[in-house]
Structure formats: structure tokens, C-alpha cells
Design a protein around this ligand. Structure first.
Ligand SMILES: [Zn+2]
Length: 256
């Protein structure tokens, strides 16, 4: 007995290199196909996240971004093209994803979401992936995912280094984003002022997409309670463990 409709012959062929993986198999691909994911940010991190999740056959992608494509984005935001300069990032990304995989349903949310907006659009999703460049939006997504009991995959990249972690409040042992960063603030430093290496956001975004597919398929060990850091300059990769903060203002009320 499978909980979802069978994959069609076309789907069995298209996703065969995933289905061949014993960890994924048909059941895992069905879970991916039946999933809905909210991706916050269609920029440097959002580009590889969206491309890989659409290519992997995620059933529905909700894309939230309030920006338009700028020529300075194109060095790293590979879901957009020169032709889409001046367009809303959501519609530019949706057009690319449609060409990549017409079976993927794309919902365009062409504005920056505050906490209420995130709550509204995360409802009915299986997972939230955040690729914006602000602490404020990560804290908002963190609170919403705790409220709705949804897993959250977070990533960040600036200059020559980046990091990623997964939060899964369905697990009692999972810390939240505020357990990791109790009082992060958005300073003056951003990709616009300091620059960022193009493929670095691809690396971090691909890690986030990998985490998302693992969580959706229910396989492997996601980066829960672990912060993965990448320094592209010397290509060093590290993992740091972190635990729940019993006095965390966002998640201390959850059971331990
Ligand atoms: Zn917490």
C-alpha cells in the first residue's frame, strides 16, 4: 500500500536516477512529487534551490520575492537571464522552472513576506526553505515554522563563505534558528556592499536543496542541531553542533 497515487510511466522515466537510489526508491519519489515547498527568496540561494527542487519533481513550489531582476544579480542568480532584467523575480523564476519541468506547479508570491504573510503561505506546505539575506526574515520564518510544526532549511552566503542548517521542530531534540543565533542583527554588510562569489551561493543553495529533498523523502540525517560552514577561499568545510536553548524565547515552550 502506498499513501499517494502511483507515479506515471513518464515520471518513472524522468526521475529514474533518483528512483534507482535505494534510499529514495519509488516511495521517496512519490513523497517528493506530492510535496509543496515554500521557497523564500528567488535570488542567489533561491536560484539553485528552485532549479533543483523543480528538476527533482517537487509537486508545488511557492516562490516569494518582492524584487525585480537587476543586471547585477545575473553573476550568481542563475534562475534568471539577461532577458528577464526588470521583470519580477517570481515571474522570471517561474518561466525558467516551467521550461525545466512543466509538471511542477509554481505559485508566484511577488512581494516580501512579513510574519503574517509567511504564516499564510506556509500553511499547507510540507517544508519552508529560506534563502533571503536578512536575519529578520529568518527569525520570522523560524517563528512561523515552530507555530505550524514545519521543517525549515536555512542558508546564508556572503563574500567567500557561507553556512546552512536545518530545523525540524517535529523532533523534540531540534534546536531552532534563534537557539543558534539568539540576537542576530542585520548590519550594513550585504552582497550589494561586500560582494559574493557566484558559485558559493550555488554550493550553499545546493546543500539546502539536498537537505530539502532528504527531509521530504524522509531519508538520511538532516543538519538538525548542526551548522555547516563553507569557506570557499581554502575550501574548508566544518560542522558545528548546537543544542536547544532552554530559555529560547521562540521555542522554549515546546516539549523537550
Ligand atoms: Zn529556539
Amino acid at each position: 500500500m502506498t499513501p499517494f497515487p502511483d507515479l506515471t510511466d513518464d515520471e518513472l522515466l524522468r526521475y529514474s536516477r533518483h528512483i534507482l537510489l535505494p534510499q529514495v526508491d519509488i516511495a521517496g519519489q512519490q513523497r517528493i512529487r506530492n510535496a509543496s515547498v515554500l521557497v523564500v527568496g528567488a535570488g542567489g540561494l533561491g536560484s539553485p534551490i528552485l532549479l533543483y527542487l523543480a528538476a527533482a519533481g517537487v509537486g508545488e513550489l511557492r516562490i516569494a520575492d518582492g524584487d525585480t531582476v537587476d543586471a547585477t544579480n545575473l553573476q550568481r542568480q542563475i534562475v534568471h537571464t539577461t532577458d528577464s532584467v526588470g521583470q519580477a523575480k517570481t515571474s522570471s523564476a517561474a518561466a525558467t522552472l516551467k521550461r525545466l519541468n512543466p509538471d511542477c506547479q509554481v505559485v508566484e508570491i511577488d512581494r516580501a513576506l512579513d510574519q503574517d504573510g509567511l504564516h499564510r503561505w506556509a500553511q499547507g506546505c510540507d517544508l519552508v526553505v529560506i534563502g533571503t539575506d536578512s536575519f529578520a526574515s529568518r527569525y520570522d520564518a523560524n517563528v512561523v515554522c515552530i507555530e505550524l510544526g514545519l521543517p525549515l532549511v536555512s542558508g546564508a552566503a556572503l563574500g567567500m563563505s557561507g553556512q546552512a542548517t536545518s530545523i525540524d521542530v517535529r523532533r523534540d531534540d531540534s534546536p531552532c534558528f534563534r537557539c543558534l543565533y539568539p540576537d542576530g542583527e542585520d548590519g550594513e554588510v550585504s552582497c550589494a556592499t561586500s560582494g559574493v562569489l557566484g558559485p558559493l551561493v550555488g554550493m550553499i543553495g545546493a546543500i539546502q536543496a539536498t537537505e530539502a529533498l532528504k527531509i521530504l523523502a524522509g531519508i538520511g540525517e538532516p543538519l538538525v542541531g548542526q551548522l555547516l560552514t563553507v569557506d570557499a577561499l581554502d575550501m574548508s568545510v566544518h560542522r558545528f553542533q548546537f543544542k536547544r536553548n532552554p530559555t529560547c524565547p521562540d521555542c522554549a515552550h515546546r516539549p523537550t
